[in-house]
Design a protein around this ligand. Sequence first.
Ligand code: TRP
Length: 337
Amino acid sequence: MSSAFTPRVFSGIQPSGGLTLGNYLGAIKRFVDMQADDFETIYCMVDLHAITVWQDPEVLRRNTRELCAGFIASGIDPEKSILFNQSQVPEHAQLGWIFNTVARMGWLNRMTQFKDKAGKNRENASVGLFAYPALMAADILIYHATHVPVGEDQKQHLELTRDIAAKFNHDYGVDFFPITEPVIEGAATRVMSLRDGSKKMSKSDPSDMSRINMTDDADMIAQKIRKARTDPDALPSEIKGLDDRPEARNLVNIYAGFADLSPEQVLAEVGGKQFSEFKPMLADQAVAKLAPISIEMARLMEDTSEIDRILHRGAERARAVAAPILKQTYDIVGMVS
Ligand code: TRP
């Protein structure tokens, strides 16, 4: 990080479907923990990113509000953090366009998320899906954000963000955009399916038993953990003992995420226990943390005017930061104003 920039945290989540335990442990809980008095935290529902693949408009609206409810119910304080949806801050798209001219085709061609999402039929993918990482760089750099908490799968996009910042600074002979640091930490940055420890927990998995949804109630959470796939052996006392045991590793990581422990610390506590004993411990943790969140989300969703007011206010605060940075960018690039 360039020390000339004051620390500022930015991250985003797509409002493209139900929220899972993966979103909670891998992202939202960490966003909550990063809220502090001495630097700004900016959290965004990236609706412009979501539409790079088809979204039903009514469903998108609902998902955006539900994501906002999930943030607040999990402990994001909309006074402390700036909480808003991307499309209400047009500076993201405006800087995104500039970055479309900075990013190289070759760079974007290497992005694995595009390859995964576009699948076999690349000719039919939207141009937006291809240009997605340039908009993501704009999300971050329009605030001169220095730190971005993300999951492991976003590492490549963060590297691209750094490349874009560096090329812009170099091409225009300025030291304007910070070289952002990804913050990828915690045991649960990658929460796996409860049915198959080699697959990421996903809202699009056909089996609802493969995931814990942030809207699941206490009974459902406990049931899903009870039924989670495991192997017949007892838990090891050392981390090495989780090699080739992806399901066991996943449950240990989830426990570690809830309890704010390292997997090593968890194994020191539970090594030698059978899953019949460990699963109820895990279920207790999960229910204690998640059930109040799902109740609060449901309450917030009953009257979405409060959510809309929070998003609107967050967007105003975000624009106050973003607008001057966009203006300076335009000046650097040579736009007449
Ligand atoms: N690409 C991220 C994801 O799919 C979402 C995202 C968009 C994001 N813009 C961002 C994350 C900026 C961090 C910072 O999860």
